[in-house]
Design a protein around this ligand. Structure first.
Ligand SMILES: N[C@@H](CCC(=O)N[C@@H](CS)C(=O)NCC(=O)O)C(=O)O
Length: 236
């Protein structure tokens, strides 16, 4: 059994999509960021940085028993841990592995970071603040939105001649999908301006495991402002 601690966030979605795709038994625990639950002593014991997602694997030996639980934080680390645990969603041959690691780490450190940073500037109130303030604020706003759009364009180009980021559906797709869902908070009004990315996105959103994962914690979205909830859950 795995305990999953997360919230309705891009990084949490990465972890819960992987758990659903791998059909691993897990218990979902909502850590409500707005209430500061991520900084509670219990959660800090799981992740000293006080963030989500975190998983605690109570059966790291895969049924052999007798092992101490293993705690993993950092969404990228969780995806690689689960791929290693199951031997799935990550290529095994050296060529495939090389391509996988190149793209996986670009998604985690480049794509995901650029999108995540831009969300600081695209919540409605902050958008108004930044777009109506001084030259410096405008330049900062433009810089982060441009970086997010450039990252979307990079992934779009890469997906022009393939269905998945590297070879078959893998943890690289799962990492990218988690980040892509609230694209309206990332300076992108309409994903179809990136046709290949858009095609890939639709393909992944139609996966039953992805649908189940994105429904986890959906209820806690009712406390969010409407524009934010709509963007977060890709409601049109
Ligand atoms: N690099 C980390 C980032 C985790 C992260 O920043 N999580 C956010 C939600 S997406 C969080 O917990 N924020 C609450 C806080 O920092 O207090 C990962 O990929 O897991």
């Amino acid at each position: 059994m795995i305990d999953y601690y997360g919230y309705i966030t891009t990084m949490s979605w990465r972890a819960v999509i992987a758990l659903e795709e791998l059909e691993l038994p897990y218990r979902a625990h909502s850590i409500v960021l707005g209430k500061g639950e991520q900084k509670s002593p219990e959660h800090l014991a799981r992740n000293p940085f006080g963030r989500v997602p975190v998983i605690v694997d109570h059966d790291p030996g895969g049924g052999k028993g007798g092992d101490d639980p293993v705690t993993v934080f950092e969404s990228g680390a969780i995806l690689l841990y689960l791929a290693d645990k199951t031997g799935r969603l990550k290529p095994k041959d050296p060529d495939g592995a090389g391509e996988f690691y190149r793209w996986f780490f670009w998604i985690v450190t480049g794509y995901g970071a650029a999108l995540g940073e831009s969300s600081e500037f695209n919540e409605e109130e902050r958008f108004r603040l930044f777009s109506s303030s001084g030259e410096y604020e405008q330049a900062v706003y433009t810089r982060f939105c441009d970086a997010s759009r450039a990252a979307h364009a990079e992934l779009d180009r890469h997906l022009a001649d393939r269905d998945y980021i590297c070879g078959d559906y893998s943890m690289a797709d799962i990492a990218a999908l988690g980040s892509t869902v609230p694209y309206r908070l990332h300076g992108v009004a309409d994903l179809s301006v990136y046709p290949h990315l858009s095609r890939w996105y639709e393909r992944l959103r139609n996966r039953p495991a992805v649908e189940r994962a994105l429904a986890v914690g959906h209820d806690s979205g009712s406390v969010l402002p409407e524009y934010y909830r709509k963007a977060l859950f890709d409601e049109t």
